[in-house]
Design a protein around this ligand. Structure first.
Ligand code: BTN
Length: 330
């Protein structure tokens, strides 16, 4: 679904969360006063927004919105990222920003970044849905191409995890950690996740799409479908919150230079940083792979991104990510 120019104009007017009269809105977006109500109800229905009308005052959004703004994102980029960024797509509503970049019909260059206000079919790891309500969180994907062996890309998602943590630190957050392979946690609750999709292209070239989802200010209502403990920046950062545009730019600033260097360095320079952010180090865990459950103690990662698991026989086993998930042993 693509929002029309009129819908976007209306949303921008309403984004401040203040009361606007029907006449004022009609004048600002140049439509009739009666059609304003149709527009508002379509937006409520399709984007899950809630408007609140009070006689004599007008209508306001129940919660103000911070909309993504391409210009503000561009302005906050470092010189290095601005050079590496070949295309910035700021979409209203799309199925999935990863899917948009994976789609060969879109024929996009290395260095494309796609972000959206809402994903109608956001994808998570292990085939799960990624809950992606309108203008509440960050959904961002990066397209890069690598001329390296597939095995050397095994640590890419972990390097991204480190860079996301650095972006959050730079924005003033403390207390966040990583859960292997690449969940971003805050005090054990999920704050974000990373989904890397790889495709072989011509002559040993791989196209990588790296998608990052970060919970920014998700409402309880939108999060009803999430089946694990979760949190969002709004509930842990009080009034020191970066704007969605600042945070988006900082993610770009951290991720693009890493992608540029990754072919040469692999995960190695990020290994000790990953271990420093590891929230499960020395904890009793279970590795779950289908019906198989393997208990052990988490001991950090190897230089290609495998989890080191101290098993019940006292040996270090190396676990590669694929279709496995990690749980804390309670
Ligand atoms: C996980 O399951 O932890 C990974 C979640 C990744 C979600 C992001 S949001 C942007 C990008 N587009 C998607 O459809 N998924 C990723």
């Amino acid at each position: 679904m693509k929002l029309t120019a009129t819908q976007i104009k209306l949303l921008s007017c309403m984004a401040d969360g203040k009361f606007h009269s029907g006449q004022q809105l009609a004048d600002e977006i140049s439509v009739s006063r009666t059609s304003i109500w149709n527009y508002l109800s379509t937006l409520e229905e399709n984007l899950g927004l809630t408007f609140h009308a009070v006689k004599g005052k007008g209508t306001r959004l129940k919660k103000p919105l911070q909309l993504l703004d391409e210009e503000l994102i561009q302005q906050a980029l470092s010189a290095e990222s601005a050079q590496l960024l070949k295309k910035l797509l700021v979409l209203d509503v799309t199925e999935s920003t990863n899917r948009y970049l994976v789609d060969p019909n879109n024929n996009l260059p290395k260095g494309t970044v796609c972000t959206a206000e809402m994903q109608s079919s956001g994808r998570g790891r292990l085939g799960r849905e990624w809950v992606s309500p309108f203008a509440q969180n960050i959904y961002i994907s990066f397209l890069w191409r690598f001329n390296v062996s597939l095995s050397s890309l095994s640590g890419l998602s972990l390097a991204c995890g480190v860079q996301v943590c650095k972006a959050l630190t730079k924005m003033g957050l403390t207390g966040h950690s990583l859960k292997w392979p690449n969940d971003i946690l805050w005090q054990g609750e999920k704050l974000g996740g990373i989904l890397v999709e790889l495709q072989g292209e011509n002559q040993g070239e791989y196209k990588a799409v790296i998608g990052i989802g970060l919970n920014y200010q998700m409402s309880e209502q939108a999060a009803q479908k999430i089946d694990q403990p979760w949190t969002s920046l709004a509930s842990i950062m009080d009034n020191k919150m970066p704007s969605r545009n600042e945070l988006t730019a900082e993610l770009i600033n951290q991720i693009l230079p890493m992608l540029e260097q990754y072919s040469d360095t692999g995960l190695k320079p990020y290994q000790s940083q990953w271990n420093a952010y590891d929230g499960y180090r020395d904890k009793n865990v279970r590795i779950i792979s289908g019906q198989n459950i393997k208990p052990g103690v988490a001991k950090g990662i190897t230089n290609i991104g495998e989890l080191k698991l101290l098993n019940e026989q006292g040996e270090i086993e190396k676990i590669s990510s694929g279709e496995v998930s990690l749980r804390l042993d309670s």
